[in-house]
Design a protein around this ligand. Structure first.
Ligand code: 5AD
Ligand code: SF4
Length: 436
């Protein structure tokens, strides 16, 4: 069971791959499972609350099936003190391991089963990047490919650098080799993953001077048989001209940039240690839009950061109104122990945070809807993922700009590239007709 971001989804594919090598098979239902692993997130308090909720349900299941092994791994146990917290609050958990111990999973699991005792393995230091771990791809059509592990940015609110370690880039040959083997197995779309893709290669290739990611994009773009290339997450501070040129000139690189702004107030951006101003952010978006016509821009925004006044928040609303994001992920600030911002005075009251996020969501939903309506009558290219799980008789897929499109079709359309004329557009999806 995976919580949190794409990085975790991807790690879970590796865990599943290791289990498969050990002879396990996926089980659709925890009720029948011999081993249940929760790959957890700690970026916000709510993420941990959900993990404990699940552990509560599993406790009841395990009471009826004492042989079941329950594991908790990923970012939550890596947070200081949290592994012990899991042991105390959920003594039915047999195995706890951190983000730096992922590749030890088979050994740890055997230890639990053979020695019938709880095992905890949380290393403080990230080791060398382990290449060649097996993976069981969740999806043969689309795949995630890690390009950097960890993060060096130390945004003052964020726990990621503490639980995922220093930023380490994979060698370009390793990335290209992985994409080539995915494509050979039928994959058509890859998403290159890193907390800050724009600093890719900085740790081993100083000569690239920030152009490492642009070079990598060009190399991946050249891989035959691949149709689409995506990447996440971009950092406004490091989003340089070389990258803009690369995304503009590489035909497979999709017209979508996920560029978290976090706040529209310079005072708050400074306190967040983001390394750019709202004006610089607007400038980056303008350059990208000029170089890549029709590009979709999405973002992340935090409300209620310590010290955020009503005037600061209004600057966020102004930025959102002006930039007109295609979509935004909005979060209430959640203090994470050990990060600088958690110790800042002037924490914002919960009611104020709730009221602000409601205003922000209302504003952004209106903009998302209006931006989607601009697609009415247009023809969009859709990579079909198959039957829509929630809409009988419909198939669904995504545009190059990453918008969800529904149209009359079936699972048999999976893997096709079709052109669809948009006939209806809501906040969450576009509806269309396939152009024969
Ligand atoms: N509180 C709220 N949101 C956070 N994020 C990261 N840390 C926190 C926190 N402590 C958000 C940021 C980031 C996204 C993945 O999660 O917006 O871009
Ligand atoms: Fe966290 Fe900032 Fe790194 Fe993103 S860039 S993972 S928000 S520290």
């Amino acid at each position: 069971m995976t919580f949190g971001c794409q990085m975790n989804e991807h790690d879970s594919e590796r865990l599943a791959g290791m289990l498969e090598e050990m002879g396990y098979e996926p089980s659709g239902d925890p009720q029948d499972a011999d081993v249940v692993v929760l790959n957890t997130c700690t970026v916000r308090e709510t993420a941990e609350t959900r993990v404990y909720g699940r552990l509560g349900e599993l406790k009841r299941l395990k009471a009826g099936r004492p042989g079941m092994v329950i594991g908790v791994c990923g970012c939550m146990p890596q947070r200081e003190g949290a592994a012990n917290e899991v042991r105390r609050r959920a003594p039915h958990v047999d195995l706890v391991f951190g983000t730096h111990n992922l590749d030890e999973f088979p050994t740890l699991l055997r230890e639990v089963i053979e020695e019938r005792r709880p095992v905890v393995a949380v290393s403080g230091e990230e080791g060398e990047i382990v290449e060649g771990l097996p993976r069981r791809p969740g999806d043969d059509l689309k795949a995630w490919v890690t390009i950097t592990h960890g993060c060096d940015n130390y945004c003052s609110y964020c726990i990621v650098p503490y639980v995922r370690g220093r930023e380490r880039s994979r060698r370009p040959e390793a990335v290209v080799g992985e994409v080539e083997s995915l494509v050979a197995a039928g994959c058509r779309e890859v998403t290159l993953l890193g907390q800050n893709v724009n600093s890719y290669g900085r740790d081993f290739d100083e000569a690239a001077g920030g152009a490492g990611f642009a070079r990598l994009l060009r190399r991946v773009n050249d891989i035959d048989g691949l149709w689409r290339v995506r990447y996440m997450t971009s950092h406004p501070r490091d989003f340089g001209l070389e990258v803009i040129e690369a995304i503009a000139s590489c035909g497979k690189v999709c017209e979508h940039v996920h560029l978290p702004v976090q706040s529209g107030s310079d005072a708050i951006l400074e306190l967040m240690n983001r390394g750019y101003t709202a004006a610089r952010y607007r400038d980056v978006v303008a350059r990208v839009r000029q170089a890549v016509p029709g590009v979709a821009v999405t973002t992340d925004i935090i409300v209620g950061f310590p010290g955020e006044t009503e005037a600061d928040f209004r600057q966020t609303l102004d930025l959102v109104s002006d930039v007109r994001f295609d979509a935004a992920f909005t979060f209430v600030y959640s203090p994470r122990a050990g990060t600088p911002a958690a110790a800042f005075p002037e924490q914002v009251a919960e009611e104020v945070k709730k009221e602000r996020i409601a205003r922000l969501i209302a504003l952004q939903n209106g903009i998302t809807r209006e931006e989607n309506q601009k697609e009415l009558g247009r023809s969009v290219e859709v990579l079909v993922e198959g039957a829509s799980p929630k809409n009988p008789g419909k198939a669904e897929g995504r545009t190059r700009t990453n918008k969800l499109v529904l149209f009359a079709g079936s699972q048999g359309d999976r893997g096709k590239l079709v052109n669809v004329r948009v006939v209806r557009a809501g906040t969450w999806a576009l509806h269309g007709e396939v152009i024969p």
